[in-house]
Design a protein. Structure first.
Length: 100
């Protein structure tokens, strides 16, 4: 339709990750992807992130499941918001951080 949204704009003007940084991001993803299926989900994150220590969980404002879901949602940049993070979404997230 001749227009672009904000996400498309950012992807068009940002610098790509350096090779070294992309390697680090891929290594981090592999650590999180506990079963090696190429997708990080709440079960994967729960094995290495103790959401019960999150301030909102401690204060009773959120459940640990809500905190985990929000954490995963931060990586769903330029992808489907489905509570699952692919390697491409993970790389996209860290590329966007470098664009800030």
């Amino acid at each position: 339709n001749g227009s672009i949204n904000f996400e498309e704009f950012i992807q068009g003007v940002r610098d790509p990750l350096s090779e070294r940084r992309q390697q680090l991001v891929c290594m981090a993803f592999k650590v999180l992807d506990k079963n090696g299926n190429g997708i990080v989900d709440a079960a994967d994150i729960a094995t290495c992130y103790d959401a019960t220590k999150h301030p909102d969980v401690i204060a009773g404002r959120k459940s640990s499941e809500e905190v985990l879901a929000e954490f995963l949602d931060t990586f769903d940049v330029g992808g489907v918001h489905d509570g699952k993070v692919t390697l491409d979404e993970f790389i996209n997230y860290y590329t966007n951080i470098g664009a800030n």
